[in-house]
Design a protein around this ligand. Structure first.
Ligand code: SAM
Length: 211
């Protein structure tokens, strides 16, 4: 699998690490103009490290749900085109605004990802990628509701957190249920557990079904 243009492997301290070019955000080490992308702090970073075929090539339009204070979405904005970043908690959203100051293609939105109608007037349609990392119950429902923004050949890249659905259940059976719900709206292309970097998370690569 090739990395998106704008994402490189840099050898730092004898280790190959993913990196993008941009202003540092979370105290990550730098290598000249490159900022290292910590897979332990980013499910999308872990997904790229695992070598999944994300469909990301660089320069794409992205809707990112669950942006928090911008750790991962800052890397996305470094290599992507227009990047709409939805976060509903005001505190991290304030940090996100600072992260966007040096990234003119990053648009922070203080919105609830369960209510896409509240940002549909801002976010363009026919997007190339929907990246989802929302710690909430009903993650399949969030992906279904935001499917409207994706181009027919776009990609959903969703990190599903089992504990957000049900802390008491076995993660594997939670993932089965979430995948069953997702299949109503998406064709699942690939899945992988992210446990090496993120406990009880499943990443899902999917394409939207015709509706
Ligand atoms: C695991 S954190 C995201 C980390 C971030 N994606 C990163 O890698 O830098 C999950 C985020 O989802 C946000 N969140 C949960 N439910 C949400 C919702 N309904 N709408 C928007 N954001 C939501 C939380 O406030 C939290 O910041």
């Amino acid at each position: 699998m090739s990395l998106p243009d704008g994402v490189e492997r840099r050898r730092v301290d004898g280790r190959e690490r993913l990196a993008t070019r941009g202003e540092p955000v979370y105290g990550e080490p730098t290598d000249g103009p490159w900022r290292l992308w910590d897979a332990g702090r980013s499910k999308l970073g872990a997904t790229l490290e695992l070598g999944l075929d994300t469909g990301l090539t660089g320069g794409e339009s992205v809707l990112y749900l669950g942006a928090a204070s911008g750790t991962t979405v800052s890397h996305v904005a470094d290599f992507a085109g227009p990047t709409y970043a939805v976060e509903f908690a005001p505190r991290p959203a304030r940090d996100l605004v600072d992260v966007a100051a040096s990234r003119p293609n990053l648009f922070p939105l203080l919105k609830d990802a369960r209510r896409p109608e509240t940002y549909a007037h801002v976010v363009e349609s026919d997007l190339d990628a929907l990246v989802q990392d929302v710690a909430t119950r009903g993650q399949a429902r969030v992906a279904a509701r935001n499917r409207r923004f994706l181009a027919p050949d776009g990609r959903l890249l969703a990190a599903i957190k089992a504990r957000s659905e049900d802390v008491t259940r076995d993660p594997a059976s939670v993932f089965e249920d979430v995948l069953a719900d997702l299949r109503a709206h998406y064709e699942i292309l690939e899945t992988a557990r992210l446990d090496r970097h993120h406990d009880d998370h499943l990443v899902v690569v999917a394409s939207p079904r015709e509706e």
